[in-house]
Write a protein of this length. Sequence first.
Lengths: 514, 517
Amino acid sequence: MLGWTLREVSAALKQGQITPIELCQKCLSLIKKTKFLNAYITVTEEVALKQAEESEKRYKNGQSLGDLDGIPVAVKDNFSTSGIETTCASNMLKGYVPPYNATVVQKLLDQGALLMGKTNLDEFAMGSGSTDGVFGPVKNPWSYSKQFREKRKQKPRGEKEDSNWLITGGSSGGSAAAVSAFTCFAALGSDTGGSTRNPAAHCGLVGVKPSYGLVSRHGLIPLVNSMDVPGILTRYVDDAAIVLGILAGHDPKDSTTVQDPVKPFVLPNLTDVSKLCIGIPKEYLVPELSSEVRSLWSKAADLFESEGAKVIDVSLPHTSYSIVCYHVLCTSEVASNMARFDGLEYGHRCDIDVSTEAMYAATRREGFNDVVRGRILSGNFFLLKENYENYFIKAQKVRRLIANDFVNVFNSGVDVLLTPTTLSEAVPYLEFIKEDNRTRSAQDDIFTQAVNMAGLPAVSIPVALSKHGLPIGLQFIGRAFCDQQLLTIAKWFEKQVQFPVIQLQELLNDCSSI
Amino acid sequence: MAAPVLRWGCPGTCRAIAWVYGVPRRRRGAWTGSTSSWIRGQSSLAQEPLHTSRKPRKGEHKWAAVVGLEIHAQISSNSKLFSGSQVCFAAPPNSLVSFFDASLPGTLPVLNRRCVEAAVMTGLALNCHINKKSLFDRKHYFYADLPAGYQITQQRLPIAVNGSLTYGICVGKRRSQVTTRTVRVKQIQLEQDSGKSLHDDLRSQTLVDLNRAEGQLRVDANVSVHHPGEPLGVRTEVKNLNSIRFLAKAIDYEIQRQIKELENGGEILNETRSFDYKLGCTVPMRDKEGKQDYRFMPEPNLPPLLLYDTTSLPAGADSQQVINVDQIRERLPELPSVTRERLIQQYGMLPEHSFTLLNEVGLLEFFQNVIKETRAEPKKVTSWVLNTFLGYLKLQNLAVRESPVTASALAELLDLLDSKAISSSAAKQVFEELWKNEGKTPAQIVSEKKLELMQDQEALEQLCRSVMQGHPEVVMDVKKGNPRAINRLIGLVRKATLGRADPAVIKAILEKQLSCH
C-alpha cells in the first residue's frame, strides 16, 4: 500500500480499507526503520498522529478535505513550520522555532495532510549532494535496494558492506530519501538550481520545479529569491500534479506570485503525441555526460518520434555561460539573504560580548559552514561598488540572454524540451566528497539551473535503471506557466517507460543489521 | 522636500555667516500621522551665485558653502511600508512588530498601496516627474536595529525625480519682508525605516525597538565648502538631525569647522558626523569610520512598481491593483503657495501674514471659518487671528485644535466690534473671558460685564458734567489753554464709564460743555 499512488491511497482511506492513523503509524515505523538514511532532521510524530486523529474523524463523518486528507507528507527543513524547529541544517538555526507556517506548508495542512517531519538538506540548501549539512549526509535508499545489491554482488569481496553507500543528490536529498523509502507519499523540496530535480533523478522519483511565481515562497528560507521555488517530490506524476494544484496560486504574502487565478490541475491521459514538438538542446550534449544517460536520452527522443511527435534539435546558445552567471547571481543574493543571521534576534549566538561587531563575526563564523561562508564572501565581493558593474550587472545581462534562448526556442514551436537531469547515476559518498562543494554544484547543476534563471517549469522523470541498478532521470522543460501541459506530457512518458519500483524488502525486513 | 542652502562665511569670524537661502520652516505638525515608512527627499547641490550681506575685506577669500539635505519624512498611513503591522505613535516598544518587521527567515516584503499613493502625491506637490516604473533596492549594513542586515530603499530608480519647491524667507532689517526662493528636489524615494536603538552605556547594553514609527522628521545634512569658481569641496554628512533649530545650528557649525580646518591647512574627510546637542558641535561618528560600501542590489522580492495614468491604464484593470497618477492628481489639495497667493489677492493680506497662517496647523481653516461668519473686515480678522488668537495659543503652547475659543465665537466678537457695540479694549476683555471657556457667548459676556458702548447721549452728558464739577482744576487748565488737559478729562469720563464709551463721542460732549461754561 505504501507504494500506491495518492489517488489509490485516498480511495482506500475513503473506503475505510485503512485509517489515517494506521497509515500514519506505518510511515512512522518506516521512518524509525530507515533512521540510518538520515532523511529526517526532525520527526514530528506527535503532530502527525494528532493530525491523523483529526483526519480520521473527518473520514468517519464523511467530511474528507480532499485527496490529501490523511496522507503523510514530509517537508524540507528550510520551510518555516509553526512550533516546529526549522534548522536549514545549519548551526545558525539550531533550536530556531518559527512562529508561522510557510504558505505551502499551511496549504498542505489545510488539506488534511499529515506532517511526518522535516527533512535533511545541505546547509541552507547550498549543495548538490545533501552531504554538507550539520546533521550529516543523507544516504540514498537505492544503496540498499535489491536492484543495486544484486549488481554489486559481482564486486570483489572483502569490501565493507556499508562503506560505499550512495548520495541522494541535493540539496533536497532528505525529502527524496523520505519519499523513496516509502516514509511518506509526497515531500516538499526547494529548487534554486536543480535541488529538487537532481535528488529526484538520483532517487528514482518525480521531481517538479514549478514556474517561478506559480507557488508562494513565503516561509521558504531563501537561498536565491529570484530563482527559488518550492519543489515537489513524489513517486508518480499524477501525485505531483495533485500537490502542485493545491500549492499553486497567488499569495498576498508573496508579491512575486501570479495574480491570475489558478485552476486545479487535472492531467488528461494523453493518447496522441503526434501534435507535439519536442526540442533536444544540442548544447546539453556535453562530454561529461555518461554514455548510459546519453543513450537513455536518445532512446526517449526516439520513443516520442516513433509515436509521431516531431523531435527537433534546438540551440540554447548561451548555455555554457549559465554556471558562471549563476555563481555570481546566487552568491550575491546569498550574501544579502544571510545578513540577517547576526545572532541578535534568533538562532545561534556566540559567547563573545566585547562588542556588537565582534559578536556578529564570531556568531557567523560558528554558525555557518565553509560553503555558506565562501558564498557570502564571494557575493559581497561581487556587490562591492567597484565590482558591481563588472560582475552583478553583467551576470544579470547574461541571465536575460539565457532566458531569451528559451523564449526563442518555445516561440519556434517547441512544446517541451527533453534533456538529461544529471550527468550520471548517483555516485558513492566517498567518491562524491573527493571534489569540493562548489565544483560539485557547478557540475551537477549543469542541466538544471538555466531553467531557474529563466523561471520555467521543469520536471525530472525516472526513466530506467543503469547497469549498476541505479535510477536515471530525464528532464522535461516547459513554457512559463504551462506547468499543466508539461506534466501531461511527463505523465504520458512515465506510462511508456514503466520505471521499476524500488525493492527495499530486504532492507526493511533486516534493517537491524545495517 | 529638500532645500539646498547656500551660505557664506569669512575666515576667522563666527559672526560673519549670513543666510543667503533659508531652510523652509515646516512645523512638525505637517508630517504628523503614524507610520514607519519614509519618503526620502534629496536635494541637488545648489551652485547659484552668491549673495553676500557684507563685502569681504581685502585679501579675504570668499567661501561658499553647499548644503544638500536628505529629509526623512513619515508617511501618514495605518500600516507599514512593507508589512501589515499597524503604526501608532508612542506605542510600547516592539508591540507592533510583524514577522517581516522582525526579519524572521522566509518573510517577504509586501508593498503598502497607501504609502505609494502618498509618495506620488508628495511628488506631484513638489513638481516632480513621477516615474511610471520604479525599483526597490537593498542597502546593506550591519546594525543592531536593522535586523535584516539591509534596508529596502529606492536607490536606482526612485518613484519621483527632478522636482522643485518655492518657499518664502524673511528678509530685511526687521525680517518683515518675504522673498521667495526655489530649491530643486533631486528625488523622492520610498524607504523602509530602520528600528530604534537605545544605548544604555551604564550597563553597556543596547535596546532595540522594531516598531519603527517614531513620528518624527529626520534630516541628514551634507555640507561642503569651496571657493566660488572652484570645484566643490569634500563633503561631510551630519546625520540624524531632528529639529529645524538643531539642523540650522549643525550646518552653521559644520561650515565654520570646515572653513577653519581648510584655512589651517587641514583637509576635510568624507565622513559621517553627528551633532552634539549639548556642546553645539559636530563630532565624527565612531562606528562609521571609513567609507561604507552598502553593496546595493535589486530587491528580488518586489516586482518593479508600475504606475499608470488615464491614457496608459490597461483595459479592464482592477482599480485595487493599479495606481492611477491622474486620479491622485485630482485628489491633490490646494498647495500652500497657491493658498498664500489667494490669501494675498483675496484679502489684501501681507505675504508674511499668509506664511504665518499656513505654517500653523489648522490656523488657516480657523481663519477662513471666522471670515465666513463675520461682517468684520478681512484685515481686522487677520490681525485678531494672528496677533490676539495666535498669541494666546503660543503663550499656553496649544495647537489650534486645542483652542478654547471657537471660530464662531471669535466671529461673533468681531461682529460686535464691527457694529461699534463694544470698544476695542472691551473686545480684548471679552476675548480673555472667552478663553476661560465658561460656555458663554461674546454677547452674554458683554451684557454680564456691561461692556457695551454707552450710546445714551443724555447719560453721557450727565457723566461729563459731574466729572467737570468734580475736577474744577482740570477744567481751569483747559481754559488756560493747555491742549492736553482735555485728554485727562476724557480719561476720567472713560474711567467712569468703565471704558464703555467711545472717546470721540466723549470729547465732542466735553468740548460742547466747556464752550458753554
